[in-house]
Design a protein around this ligand. Structure first.
Ligand SMILES: [Ca+2]
Length: 471
C-alpha cells in the first residue's frame, strides 16, 4: 500500500463503518431541470434554503436521470438499474414484485424506511376510473408491492409535509437509522398563479435560448420558476425538523429533481433539460462543505451510493455505481465516462392515428462530458411536449411555426418531421443542442465511441429496441 492509498483508505473508511450508519433523507422535486436553483448561478432564482444546503455539502452540475419522466426515472432511483432493465417501459406498470429496491435492502439491514407526500409512482395507476382495466388487473393479481416494502407509507397532498415528517420520526424505533424519501408536488403541473408572493414578472425572466421569446413562453416559464421557489420553503420546513430533533449531524440529505421541466425541450425529451437535474448532498463530517463537481452521475447511481454509505453491498443486477468516494473527496474515485437515458411510454394516453411523441416515443441517448448521441427509434412520431401541449407557450409556438415566424434553429429543433434517427451534439459548443453533427466525418470517432457505448447498454439491459448501427 502506497502512502497515498493509505491516506485514502483512512479518509474513506469511516464512511461505511458499522455503528455510525447515517440516516438518509431523499428529497425529490418533480420536473425540476438543472440549473434552476440559485446556487447554480441562475439570475432569476430565489432558493435560499437549497443554496444553503448546497453550501453545506457537494453540489452536482452533471446529475442525469435515467429517463425524462416520473415513473421510469424513479424506477432507476429505487432499483439502481435502467427502467428498461427493470421492465418498467410502460408508464402504468407497477414495479415487478421480484425487483430488489433500495428500501428493501436498507430495511433488511436494520433501517426504518418510509416514503411520503406526492405519489411515488411505482405501483401503477389507481383502479377504476383512473386505471381502467389495467388498474383492475394490477389490483386483482396483487401487483402493487412498493408500499409493502417500507415501514411508513404516506401519499398525502401539499400542506401536510411537516405533519408527515413528524409522524415518521415519532414512529422511528429507538436506535434504528432511517431512510425517508419525500416527494414534492412542485414544480409539476398544474402551475399555480400565486405560488409565491410576489410572483415573478414574466417580462423580466431570463428565457433559455431554446425557447422562442413569446408572451406565453414567458408566462409559463415564470409560473414554473415560482413553484421552484415554493418547494424551497417546503425543504426548509423539513430541515428545520431535523435541526429541532438533533438529527441533522447524522443525516445524509440529498435533494434532487426526478426529471426535467415540463416545457418544450425538457420533460419527455433526451435533451439536457429533460434529463439533467439539480443534485446536492449534505452529510456533516463526511462531505466537505462548499464543494461542487462536474463529474457525470446517473439516477442509476443513487441506490448503490446510499447502500454504500450504509456499508451494504448493492444487489446483483444493479448497473449503477456508487459515487461515495466522490462525496468523500477521495481522489481515487473514477468518474463515469457516460450516462444513459431512455424515453419510454408516457402517461395514460393511448394509440390513435393522431398520437404524438408526448404519449409514445422510444429513444435512447448516451452522453459523455462533452458529446451526446440521441438515437430516435420512432422518428416518425411528431414532437409534442409532455404535459405542456395545451399551455400558452406551446400553443403560441405552433402558431408562430405555422406562420413562419420562428427562428430557423428553433423551428428545426421542434418541428422537423420525421425527426433524425441519429442526433449528435457537441455540448461545449452547442449547449442548446440545435446543431446535429451526426454523420460528420470529423466527428466519426466520437460518434462511433458513443454508438458502441449505447450498443453495450442495450445488450446488458436486454433492451427490446433494435440496437444502433456501428459503421
Ligand atoms: Ca416528474
Amino acid at each position: 500500500m502506497t502512502r497515498r492509498d493509505f491516506a485514502v483508505s483512512l479518509c474513506a473508511a469511516p464512511l461505511a463503518a458499522a455503528g455510525t450508519r447515517p440516516n438518509m433523507l431523499l428529497l425529490l422535486s418533480d420536473d425540476h431541470s438543472y440549473p434552476y436553483v440559485g446556487c447554480y448561478g441562475h439570475p432569476d432564482m430565489r432558493t435560499p434554503t437549497l443554496d444553503k444546503l448546497a453550501s453545506e455539502g457537494l453540489l452536482f452540475h452533471r446529475a442525469f436521470q435515467a429517463a425524462p419522466q416520473c415513473v421510469p426515472s424513479r424506477t432507476a432511483l429505487m432499483t439502481g438499474r435502467s427502467p428498461v432493465s427493470a421492465r418498467m417501459g410502460r408508464f402504468s406498470s407497477p414495479l415487478p414484485p421480484e425487483a430488489v429496491t433500495l428500501p428493501d435492502l436498507l430495511r433488511k439491514n436494520g433501517y426504518f424506511t418510509g416514503v411520503a407526500r406526492r405519489n411515488y409512482h411505482l405501483d401503477g395507476p389507481g383502479g377504476g376510473a383512473r386505471g381502467g382495466y389495467v388498474g383492475t388487473v394490477i389490483e386483482e393479481k396483487g401487483l402493487r408491492t412498493f408500499a409493502k416494502r417500507l415501514d411508513f407509507v404516506d401519499q398525502s397532498g401539499p400542506g401536510t409535509t411537516v405533519d408527515v415528517v413528524n409522524q415518521f420520526l415519532d414512529k422511528l424505533p429507538k436506535g434504528k437509522p432511517f431512510f425517508f424519501w419525500i416527494n414534492f408536488n412542485d414544480p409539476h403541473h398544474p402551475w399555480d398563479r400565486n405560488s409565491i408572493d410576489p410572483p415573478r414578472d414574466p417580462a423580466k425572466v431570463t428565457l433559455p435560448k431554446f425557447f422562442p421569446d413569446l408572451p406565453g413562453m414567458r408566462k409559463d416559464f415564470a409560473l414554473y420558476l415560482d413553484e421552484i421557489s415554493r418547494v424551497d420553503g417546503e425543504v426548509k420546513s423539513i430541515l428545520d425538523i431535523l435541526d429541532k430533533r438533533g438529527l441533522a449531524s447524522n443525516t445524509m440529505v440529498a435533494f434532487m429533481g426526478d426529471n426535467g421541466m415540463a416545457l418544450p425541450h425538457g420533460k419527455g425529451s433526451l435533451y439536457d433539460p429533460g434529463l439533467n437535474v439539480p443534485l446536492m448532498v449534505r452529510w456533516p463530517g463526511k462531505v466537505k462543505p462548499g464543494g461542487s463537481t462536474r463529474s457525470l452521475v446517473s439516477g442509476e447511481d443513487i441506490a448503490p451510493t446510499f447502500l454504500d454509505a450504509a456499508g451494504i453491498a448493492k444487489a446483483p443486477g444493479m448497473s449503477g455505481r456508487s459515487f461515495l468516494k466522490l462525496l468523500a473527496g477521495d481522489s481515487s474515485y473514477e468518474p463515469r465516462k457516460h450516462i444513459f437515458g431512455a424515453r419510454l411510454q408516457h402517461g395514460s394516453g393511448t394509440m390513435t392515428p393522431e398520437t404524438k411523441s408526448s404519449v409514445w416515443d422510444l429513444s435512447r441517448c448516451v452522453r459523455s462530458d462533452r458529446f451526446k448521441l440521441i438515437y430516435n427509434v420512432t422518428p416518425f412520431m411528431e414532437y409534442q411536449p409532455v404535459d405542456s401541449a395545451r399551455d400558452d407557450g406551446w400553443q403560441q409556438m405552433m402558431k408562430a411555426h405555422a406562420e413562419g415566424r420562428l427562428d430557423a434553429k428553433i423551428d428545426r429543433a421542434y418541428f422537423q418531421n420525421p425527426r433524425p434517427i441519429y442526433e449528435l451534439f457537441d455540448l461545449e459548443k452547442d449547449p442548446n443542442e440545435f446543431e446535429n453533427l451526426a454523420g460528420k466525418p470529423e466527428l466519426a470517432d466520437v460518434e462511433r465511441e458513443l454508438r458502441k457505448a449505447l450498443i453495450e447498454k442495450c445488450v446488458l439491459d436486454y433492451d427490446f429496441i433494435p440496437p444502433p448501427v456501428l459503421n
